[in-house]
Design a protein around this ligand. Structure first.
Ligand code: ADP
Ligand code: MG
Ligand code: ZN
Length: 501
């Protein structure tokens, strides 16, 4: 399969057509256990170590619904301004594929938990675009197949396929928009802004890792074109698994240009799924199945879900402020520029800095630690900032030790390194590593006397007026005190001891 022969120039697409989009986003919930069994729900474990008869679909096993997953689903629905269904059943979506050991997926079909919402998506120019939400429903994830032996990593041409069922049964929420119309040239930007906003919102809700690179957030983008002014939608394609925010934008723009080429050549767009390629184009996948193909029927092994008004009200009270509004407020509080704020956002540092400030640190101090030293540490160990083994409370404690004059910034770095290495709380690390700044002149004096005694010829030079020679003695003292003395004070004491004070 090659790149489409021709693409219409983007401006020419817009002169003739109006794009219509629909986004389907799958989100894996970060619950402790899977949707219908007690298996751990953790990314990255050894293949097939987090499985049981239920998620392997063994005969006779029965699913039990995960209450925490339902609560997360309701919270997502509420955050998206949806109505929460007072009653609904799960459905069986029947299909055979080796990543689905039961040969059906438990999903919600015509009775989703949340319907008819919207999200006001912030755009780069400071305006918002309202994206209407059709529904958010619960389902279970499939296992993961790895195909070996083909150039593309896809099944075509593969010689071996490996199945890992750790992901089978992981709770999944699918969020589907209503058709997004009227965007014109901004379609790709709005698609990206929507997925970005959704990711940030889900992160603020603390319901998912929302890592597109690890597949805990996956986006399918539907695009169609209609001649300008036409009433009817054109035929859509659904580009699967667009795995980064940038790719969402690229995939929409590419499909608009490709479909315009098909239409202008007098052809018709085929309704199909398409694969997104990281190089920025799509290729045809399977032609789309219809709902009938799945022979949906109500899942007989699970009771209907009937969230009470009390439960929904209790969950509504947990919905946080929209993260981009919260950020705007925080930025004003901290008095920082858009650029500085953007860096903090990109580093995933905003919430951590805010939490550190809540523990009594200054916002400047907290920003400096999270935005510089700790970002660097996170990069070195290849983890997200919030996965570093240090808490905002601990960073605030380090900052207090610096403010109290017990640590220099340099020593504080060593303390933080100790905390990251699991050596305990900042104060413990400071003591165990002997890092506290020595304020006590008598301790420094002893080290100065020792250093002078060990270097009689240098001492003689200083006494003779060569004060530049003091540097070597200061260095020896700093070494002996492991950097815990104040170098300027050491120098004063060295000179005084040699009659040059
Ligand atoms: P399917 O399961 O077949 O992919 P869904 O209803 O789950 O169908 O998702 C289809 C998505 O595409 C929705 O977001 C919907 O709003 C959108 N959509 C429907 N028709 C069109 C169209 N003609 N052009 C673009 N998007 C469309
Ligand atoms: Mg779909
Ligand atoms: Zn299981």
């Amino acid at each position: 399969m090659s790149v489409a022969a021709e693409l219409v120039d983007y401006d020419d697409v817009l002169a003739a057509y109006e794009p219509v989009m629909g986004m389907e986003v799958h989100v894996e919930l970060s619950t402790a256990t899977k949707m219908f069994c007690g298996c751990a729900n953790r990314f990255g474990a050894e293949p097939n170590t987090q499985v049981c008869p239920v998620c392997l679909g063994l005969p006779g096993s029965l699913p039990v619904l995960n209450e925490a997953a339902v609560e997360s689903a309701i919270r997502i629905g509420l955050a998206l301004n949806c109505q929460i269904a007072p009653w609904g059943r799960f459905a069986r979506k029947n299909y055979f594929y080796p990543d689905q050991p039961k040969n059906y997926q438990i999903s919600q079909y015509d009775e989703p938990i949340a319907v008819n919402g919207y999200l006001d998506v912030p755009l780069d120019d400071g305006t918002t675009w309202r994206v209407e939400i059709e529904r958010a429903h619960m389902e279970e994830d499939t296992g993961k197949l790895t195909h070996l032996g083909s150039d593309t990593g896809r099944i075509a041409g593969a010689t071996t396929s490996l199945a890992d069922y750790n992901r089978a049964g992981v709770p999944l929420i699918e969020i589907v928009t209503k058709p997004i119309e009227g965007t014109g040239e901004r379609a790709p930007e709005i698609a990206r802004a929507y997925v970005t906003a959704l990711r940030d919102l889900l992160r603020a809700l603390d319901v998912s890792d929302v890592r597109m690179d690890q597949g805990s957030m996956r986006c399918d983008s539907n695009v169609s074109l209609k001649p300008k002014g036409a009433a009817e939608f054109g035929t859509r394609t659904e580009t699967k698994n667009v795995n980064s925010l940038k790719s969402v934008e690229v995939a929409v723009r590419y499909e608009m240009r490709r479909q315009a080429a098909v239409l202008q050549a007098g052809g018709t767009v085929t309704q199909e799924t398409r694969h997104f390629h990281e190089d920025g184009y799509t290729t045809a996948g399977r032609s789309k199945e219809t709902a009938q193909d799945y022979r949906y029927f109500p899942e007989p092994d699970l009771e209907p879900i009937a969230p009470s008004d009390e439960l929904v009200d209790r969950l509504r009270a947990t919905i946080p402020e929209l993260p981009w509004l919260a950020r705007k407020r925080i930025q004003q509080d901290w008095g920082i520029s858009d650029e500085v704020m953007r860096d903090l956002v990109n580093a995933g540092a905003v919430e951590l800095v805010a939490a550190t400030v809540a523990h009594g640190a200054s916002s400047e101090g907290a920003r400096a630690w999270w935005g510089n030293f700790l970002v660097q540490k996170a990069n070195e160990s290849g983890v997200e900032l919030d996965a570093l083994p240090i808490t905002p409370a601990q960073v605030a404690a380090v900052l207090k030790l610096v403010d109290d004059g017990k640590l220099s910034t340099k020593l504080a770095r060593q303390v933080v390194e100790g905390v990251l290495a699991g050596e305990g709380e900042p104060e413990q690390v400071m003591e165990a590593r002997g890092l506290a700044l020595v304020r006590d002149d008598s301790l420094i004096q002893a080290a100065v006397d020792e250093a002078l005694a060990a270097n009689p010829d240098i001492a003689e030079k200083i006494r003779g007026g060569k004060v530049q020679a003091a540097g070597a003695v200061v260095g020896a003292v700093m070494k002996a005190t492991k950097g815990s003395a104040d170098a300027a004070r050491v120098r004063e004491l060295v000179l005084a001891a040699c009659g040059q004070g």
